[in-house]
Ligand binder design. Structure first.
Ligand code: HEM
Length: 344
């Protein structure tokens, strides 16, 4: 087991500001293409499974080392959450895909990191299923997105841009991740995958499902079975995740700039810091539909953050540009100002 260390470092490439601006514009092109001249939706994670209300409780017994930022002292915050499929197109839920759970915590005091939004009272955490990505950094991420535009040429295109070893490494690991069946959002654990500041430390946040699939569980019928399943669960009772953090130990075992490396719990154990509870609610009733429509228009962005949770690493720095471009293009609503679930 490693000892949490404050000696984490970001390595900023000299050309990255220019590259990241280019990546954001490339993603914007895809977003516009998918919109076909009509209303734009998200450039990625276009299909929402559910938009709902939740509560984040910071535990009273967070270990000293993990007491930072939002998790420095106990409390309960209202949140909006959005579950999504990762593709830029709205596909059948059975199609292999990245799965997202984005959390917007409301009523969080303290200066935020985006210039012009310092006074915002929201703290977002964006998580996906799986604890690592197939791509090391945004250069590889964009090469993969580009190659995926012509599926028949995926392999040669990726080989041309990244070389055969990385191309096959990425495709093998992506195929493995996508083949894990997705039966329910409530039984799935989600991870920030990329690191963020945890006060003076750096950490990865994760949301651990507190219920498991029944051994005979099968996916539901229909193209929106993930929505249908979660809607039924929420009608019957709450859905809960344990919120945990792993803290940086050293660059070799818990790298900041390479999201292919899963931080092993043997090296960086999970510290329980909170509980995320979606209270029982009818997401298909009139109020639930209205709330989901509002959540759909919001922008979830890892940079909606306290300085104590500033995103870290290449993938996070690139997102600082890409999300702002995407949300502005689709006319996302401003950050909620209240601490409650009020829908304006
Ligand atoms: C570990 C890496 C990443 C994770 C965990 C992640 C997660 C997510 C999640 C959960 C959403 C949906 C948010 C919502 O429900 O509104 C999202 C949206 C999005 N992501 Fe990422 N993402 C990652 C990397 C990237 C990268 C590298 C880029 C591009 C450079 C990118 C571009 C986008 C865009 C454009 C959106 C839509 C933004 C909007 O219009 O609201 N993501 N991401």
């Amino acid at each position: 087991m490693g000892t949490p260390s404050k000696d984490w470092k970001e390595v900023v490439a000299p050309d990255e500001a220019q590259r990241f601006a280019g990546y954001a514009q490339y993603m914007l092109g895809l977003q516009r293409k998918a919109g076909q001249g009509g209303e734009l939706s998200r450039g990625l994670h276009a299909k929402a499974n559910v938009g709902a209300k939740a509560e984040l409780t910071v535990l009273p017994d967070v270990p000293e080392v993990a007491r930072a930022g939002l998790f420095a002292s106990p409390g309960t915050y209202r949140c909006f959450v959005r579950y999504s499929n990762g593709n830029g197109a709205r596909q059948h839920d059975a199609k292999g895909d990245v799965r997202g759970l984005a959390v917007k915590v409301l009523g969080v005091p303290g200066k935020k990191v985006i210039p012009g939004l310092e006074g915002a009272t929201t703290q977002d955490f964006l998580c996906i299923r799986g604890a690592a990505t197939s791509v090391k950094n945004t250069h590889e991420f964009i090469a993969l997105v580009k190659a995926l535009q012509t599926p028949t040429l995926l392999v040669p295109k990726l080989m041309l841009s990244l070389g055969p070893a990385r191309a096959f490494g990425i495709l093998k690991s992506a195929a493995k991740a996508l083949s894990v069946p997705m039966l329910s959002c409530a039984t799935t654990s989600y991870h920030s995958v990329a690191p963020l500041r945890w006060g003076d430390y750096a950490g990865k946040l994760s949301l651990h499902a507190t219920v498991q699939n029944a051994p005979d569980a099968k996916r539901g019928p229909g193209p929106t079975f993930l929505h249908d399943e979660l809607a039924a669960r929420l009608k019957a009772g709450p859905v809960t995740y344990d919120v945990k953090v792993q803290l940086f130990v050293d660059e070799a075992r818990t790298p900041i700039e390479d999201t292919t490396v899963e931080w092993s719990p043997d090296v960086a154990p999970f510290h329980a810091v909170g509980r995320l509870v979606l209270p029982s609610q009818d997401v298909e009733g009139a109020d639930g539909v209205k709330l989901a429509a509002y959540v759909e228009k919001l922008s979830f962005d890892p940079w909606h953050a306290l300085e104590a949770h500033r995103p870290l690493g290449d993938v996070m720095r690139a997102r600082n540009e890409a999300y702002r471009v995407s949300t502005q293009a689709r006319g996302a609503l401003p950050e909620p100002e209240g601490a409650d679930w009020a829908v304006p």
